[in-house]
Ligand binder design. Structure first.
Ligand code: ADP
Ligand code: MG
Length: 210
């Protein structure tokens, strides 16, 4: 077991994690976070419920500058429900850092309120590939300042046929970004298919492969 305090995070961040009841890092967090915080691209696999959201969320929030009004992190999720869960967890993790705006962009909701929220400024966008592409094609979402791109549940997104959307969205982000790919299952084809999105990734596994 490893304490979050072994990471070099601001005291206020550590205090917030404690307030959330996070005492020790989960296995995937202990393996991934040092790499994430070092700025490496990471491919991480750990089963559902193992704390993958904080493994990328802490990295996103540590880098984020709330004074700078642009989308600095983009998290892609396969479904609206998962995007809502991720956004909720990111908002809890962000409580120590004032004025961080986290916006969900998912299908099934009208475009216009989402566009209005984007105009007001969002630092983190969590969304589903189809809706993110809609916003890109209407030029209501500018990804040119993204520093961190997360493909959450990449195995499921690939299974659901979102590969082309993922690739097109990744192309809208700066080449010099950090990319973090998370999945619940180990699949060689995902690693191969995602190779174009990642630069020299570190691979972290929190359990046996099958
Ligand atoms: P995954 O994405 O791997 O399915 P989640 O990120 O959704 O897992 O986390 C599962 C649950 O574990 C959430 O309720 C989250 O708040 C909680 N959690 C995450 N990290 C920790 C931790 N270090 N200590 C205690 N609970 C944690
Ligand atoms: Mg998850």
């Amino acid at each position: 077991m490893t304490a979050f305090s072994t990471l070099s995070l601001p005291a206020a961040f550590l205090a917030n994690l404690e307030a959330l009841g996070y005492k020790e890092m989960t296995e995937i967090q202990a393996k991934a976070l040092p790499q994430v915080l070092a700025g490496r691209d990471v491919v991480a696999q750990a089963k559902t419920g193992s704390g993958k959201t904080a493994a990328f969320g802490i990295g996103i929030l540590q880098k984020l500058n709330p004074a700078f009004f642009s989308v600095q992190a983009l998290v892609m999720c396969p479904t609206r429900e998962l995007a809502d869960q991720v956004a909720q967890e990111l908002r809890r993790l962000a409580r120590w850092k004032p004025n961080v705006k986290i916006l969900t962009l998912t299908g099934g909701s009208p475009m216009r309120p989402q566009t209005a929220s984007l105009e007001h400024g969002a630092h983190v966008v969590v969304g589903t590939p189809g809706r993110i592409r809609d916003h890109i094609s209407r030029r209501t979402l500018d990804l040119s300042r993204v520093q961190t791109l997360v493909l959450d549940e990449a195995d499921r997104m690939t299974d659901m046929g979102f590969y082309d959307d993922m690739a097109a969205i990744a192309c809208e982000c700066p080449a010099a970004r950090q990319t973090l790919l998370f999945s619940a299952t180990y699949q060689d084809d995902i690693r191969e298919a995602s190779a174009p999105f990642l630069v020299d990734p570190v691979e972290v596994l929190a359990e046996a492969r099958h």
